[in-house]
Write a protein that binds this ligand. Structure first.
Ligand code: NOJ
Ligand code: CA
Length: 563
């Protein structure tokens, strides 16, 4: 072999080793934990993260340029919300081709470059799989609506109206209006749980299932490590189309309220998830669920009996706690710890008001942002950080109806201003548009970007960002935080949420002051065989002395118990 050929052969061998490394990693560590149980996930809304070509919209190259930042922050996996070709009615959640990239975000080449660069930094890439519906411009739907006998007619849900001009039943769409749209060509209605431009797929048709499973295979082969399943609780509907029970009151869109009894969380979902999980396991992948549930039993069902469905169904019941209440968080943490699978914690995402405003009191928001980090980054479970939480980004809803981008913010105005507020550009530095773009950003940057941005906070040891970094570093190295059980203590305290993370004979104590007054807590450490709590990560003046921990208002104390 000549030298050039040997060089190529060596190169090919190493790229093969690199490519297979991720899928061939052992499924579990000595404690039975898989990679996704120790990983810190970070959600990126690509439109708003970093704009490489200054058209005002973030893109894949922008994400690649920020991987060093993410590595330094302590992120192990990024979940990127949809960047597939799309008419962008729901900003990408209306997919018109599952196996390509929308040109506004870049190309497949850019995607491959992103995954390679991420892998070099030990960061995995998770995609968003919109399983429940496609865009009305997807070729599957264009075929389906073309005639009643089209090959893919049954890939979507078509029904006759109840009577002329009347939809098949009373189901309302999540974003307002009837969930049925009449199509004049074939004179039937199709079903859409979200916008009319997002027709629901018919998951009772095996061909649909296979097509979606194949999509995941296609991306696994391209190097992704799993999927976040969009709106997974809406996959199936009652075949008899029973009317939903109506509740008193009206939605922001003027529809009578109803309980989504016959079109969400149907038992049929679980068989489909078991099948998808089999595909996932072939690639050592992870399935994260957008699992909106009424209670813990419904959520628990998503792990599957024997943990054979979703590994990480998100606990949105945790996000429903909208005030700082030690008692309420204690209750919900206990509930998720009694579930049969591994907990998944989020405090914000691209659909809900940012935690900075949800919990902030207007005066201590920065302290409260650290307090919330002290909570969801030290619990037993996998955290998913929403971009910008680590710098204290605030929600900035549109000031005027004519500025609204998210369509439901126009129909729901002013009661529901849509989701623009939690999707504003990432704040990188103090320059114009916070360094997100040199063009006109698709959503405005708030004035607080001058103080709350990556550049300023990197140079401030007391910033929210510095706190996140310290905490994530600890989380990656401390055995108790990685592997330990969750043990609530001082459970009658109304102000301070306290727990231990216990691994073998070692324990870490987490003490979180959810009140605006200083607190002094007696943990009776000596009585329990410990001399003191040695500080690991704390905020402000919070400290320990013998049995006692003293906390600033909204203060955090995380310490190692020593004998
Ligand atoms: C949930 C997504 O998070 C949201 O942004 C989207 O509008 C709906 N699913 C519909 O896909
Ligand atoms: Ca761009």
């Amino acid at each position: 072999m000549n030298r050039a050929l040997i060089g190529i052969a060596v190169l090919l061998f190493f790229s093969w080793v690199l490519l297979t490394a991720q899928t061939s990693k052992k499924a579990a560590d000595a404690n039975g934990h898989a990679w996704w149980q120790h990983a810190v996930f970070y959600e990126i809304y690509p439109r708003s993260f970093a704009d490489s070509n200054n058209d005002g919209i973030g893109d894949l190259k922008g994400i690649t340029s920020k991987l060093d930042y993410l590595k330094d922050l302590g992120v192990d996996a990024i979940w990127i919300t949809p960047f597939f070709p799309s008419p962008q009615v729901d900003f990408g959640y209306d997919v018109s081709d599952y196996e390509a990239i929308d040109p506004m975000y870049g190309s497949l080449g850019d995607f491959d470059a992103l995954t390679v660069a991420a892998r070099q930094r030990g960061i995995r890439v998770i995609l968003d799989l919109v399983v429940n519906h496609t865009s009305d411009q997807h070729k599957w739907f264009l075929d389906s609506k073309s005639s009643r006998t089209a090959q893919r007619r049954d890939w979507y849900i078509w029904r006759d109206g109840k009577a002329p001009g009347q939809p098949p039943n009373n189901w309302t769409a999540n974003f307002g209006g009837s969930a049925w749209k009449f199509d004049p060509t074939t004179k039937q209605y199709y079903y859409h749980y979200f916008y009319p431009e997002q027709p629901d797929l018919n998951w009772r048709n095996p061909a649909v299932k296979q097509a979606m499973f194949d999509v995941t295979r296609w991306w696994y082969k391209r190097g992704v490590s799993g999927f976040r399943l969009d709106a997974v609780n809406t996959l199936f509907e009652d075949p008899n189309l029973k009317d939903n029970p109506v509740r008193p009151g009206k939605s922001a869109y003027g529809d009578p309220l109803q309980e989504h009894k016959y079109n969400t969380n149907l038992p049929e979902i679980h068989e489909a998830l078991r099948q998808l999980r089999k595909v996932t396991d072939q690639y050592n992948g992870v399935l994260i669920g957008e699992t909106w549930t009424a209670d813990i039993n419904e959520l628990n069902a998503y792990y599957g009996k024997g943990n054979n469905e979703l590994q990480l169904p998100m606990d949105f019941l945790f996000t429903n706690i909208n005030k700082l209440s030690a008692a309420e968080f204690r209750k919900q943490i206990a509930a998720i710890n009694s579930a049969s699978g591994w907990p998944t914690f989020v405090i914000s995402n691209h659909d809900i008001v940012r935690s900075y405003d949800r919990y902030g009191d207007g005066r201590h928001n920065d302290e409260i942002a650290k307090l919330m980090a002290g909570l969801y980054l030290t619990l037993r479970g996998t955290p998913i950080l929403y971009y910008g939480e680590e710098i204290g980004m605030k929600t900035t809803p549109p000031a005027r109806k004519e500025d609204v981008q998210d369509p439901k913010g126009r129909t729901g105005w002013p009661q529901d201003k849509g989701r623009d507020g939690e999707r504003t550009p990432m704040q990188w530095d103090q320059s114009e548009n916070a360094g997100f773009t040199r063009g006109k950003p698709w959503l405005p940057v708030p004035p607080t970007a001058k103080t709350h941005n990556v550049a300023v906070e990197t140079n401030d040891a007391q910033s929210i960002l510095s706190f996140y970094k310290k905490l994530l570093k600890l989380r990656h190295s401390n055995r108790e935080l990685l592997e330990g059980n969750y043990l609530p203590i001082n459970q009658n305290d109304q102000n301070v949420l306290s727990y231990l993370r216990v691994y073998q004979d070692q324990a870490v104590i987490v003490s979180l002051n959810m009140s605006g007054a200083p607190q002094k807590v007696n943990y009776e450490l000596k009585k329990n065989g410990f001399a003191s709590a040695k500080p690991l990560v704390t905020t402000g003046q919070s400290s320990s002395n013998g049995d006692f921990v003293t906390l600033d208002p909204y203060g955090v104390f995380i310490g190692q118990l020593v004998r």
